[in-house]
Design a protein. Structure first.
Length: 265
C-alpha cells in the first residue's frame, strides 16, 4: 500500500525496495507478490496503477527466477491484459496506464525470449487489434538499475564496472549508450543471481532448522518410548530429508566464505 500510495506523485523508493526485499526473503513472496501487484495495476486511480507498474518492473530487476516464472504464467498475464481489454477494464483505464502495460509486456518479449506464454499473450493482443503497433524500445533507451539498492549491491561493490557505467552514461554517442544498456543488463543479471543465491540459502537454512527442531521433539518422545508408528515414519522421513540437505548446506557454506554472518548461520 505504501509503495503504491496514489496520494504521492513521486515513487517511494524506500518502500519499493522493502517490498522487493520481502519478496526475496518470504518463501511465498514470488507467488504472492504478482497477485497483489495485479490488483493495484487494475486500480481506477491512475497514480496507484502507475506506481504498481514501477514496483512490478523493479521486482523484475531484483527478485530473480522464481518471480520471473510467476509473471510469465497466463494467470498473471491475463490480469495485465484485463487492463487493456475493452471487455474488462480497458474502457475506463487511462491511456497512460494502458500504454505502460503495453510497454511492459512488449519489453518482456524482448528480455525473456524463452518465455513462450509472454510472446503468445502479446501476439494475441495484436491479433485482436488491442495493440496496433509495437512500442518503441530503442537500444539506447537506458534500463534503470535497481534503485535504491542494498549496500552490498554489485552497482556499489564493483567499482570498476560502476566507473565504466558512469562514463558511458555521460556520453552522447549512441554506441556508448548501447554499451551502457548492455552493461546494466549484465549487472542486473548478476545481481539477480546473487539475490537468488541468498534466497536459496535462507530457505534451506529455515527448512533445516525446522526439520531438526521437529526431529528433536520426536527423539525426546522416542527416549520415553512414547513414539507412535506414524511418528516413527515421520522421524524417518525427516532424517532422510536432512541427509539430502546436508551436501547442499556444505555447498552453500562454501559459496558464502566472504560473508561471516551468513556463514555463522
Amino acid at each position: 500500500d505504501k509503495a503504491t500510495d496514489p496520494s504521492i506523485p513521486e515513487e517511494n523508493w524506500e518502500c519499493i525496495q522493502r517490498f522487493c526485499d520481502q519478496v526475496n526473503t518470504d518463501i511465498e513472496g514470488p507467488s504472492l507478490a504478482p497477485r497483489l501487484l495485479a490488483h493495484k495495476i487494475q486500480s481506477p486511480q491512475e497514480m496507484e496503477a502507475l506506481h504498481a507498474l514501477t514496483v512490478l518492473e523493479t521486482c523484475v530487476n531484483n527478485c530473480g527466477e522464481r518471480f520471473h516464472n510467476e509473471i510469465a504464467k497466463f494467470r498473471f498475464l491475463n490480469e495485465l491484459i484485463k487492463v487493456l481489454s475493452p471487455k474488462y477494464y480497458g474502457t475506463w483505464s487511462s491511456e497512460k496506464v494502458k500504454s505502460r502495460v503495453t510497454e511492459v509486456i512488449f519489453s518482456w518479449t524482448v528480455w525473456f525470449p524463452q518465455e513462450v506464454k509472454i510472446r503468445d499473450a502479446y501476439q494475441m493482443l495484436k491479433k485482436q487489434g488491442i495493440v496496433k503497433e509495437d512500442p518503441k524500445l530503442p537500444e539506447d533507451k537506458i534500463l534503470p538499475p535497481p534503485s535504491p539498492r542494498p549496500q552490498n549491491s554489485i552497482f556499489d561493490t564493483d567499482e570498476e564496472k560502476s566507473k565504466l557505467l558512469a562514463r558511458l552514461l555521460k556520453s552522447n554517442h549512441p554506441e556508448d549508450l548501447q554499451a551502457a544498456n548492455r552493461l546494466i543488463k549484465s549487472m542486473i543479471k548478476e545481481e539477480q543471481e546473487k539475490s537468488a543465491k541468498v534466497s536459496r540459502r535462507m530457505n534451506t537454512i529455515t527448512e533445516v532448522s525446522e526439520n531438526v527442531k521437529r526431529m528433536d521433539e520426536l527423539l525426546e518422545n522416542y527416549k520415553r518410548q512414547e513414539l507412535s508408528k506414524c511418528d516413527q515414519e515421520t522421524l524417518q522421513t525427516l532424517f532422510q530429508r536432512c541427509e539430502k540437505l546436508r551436501p547442499l548446506l556444505f555447498r552453500l557454506a562454501s559459496e558464502t566464505v566472504d560473508d561471516d554472518e551468513a556463514l555463522g548461520k
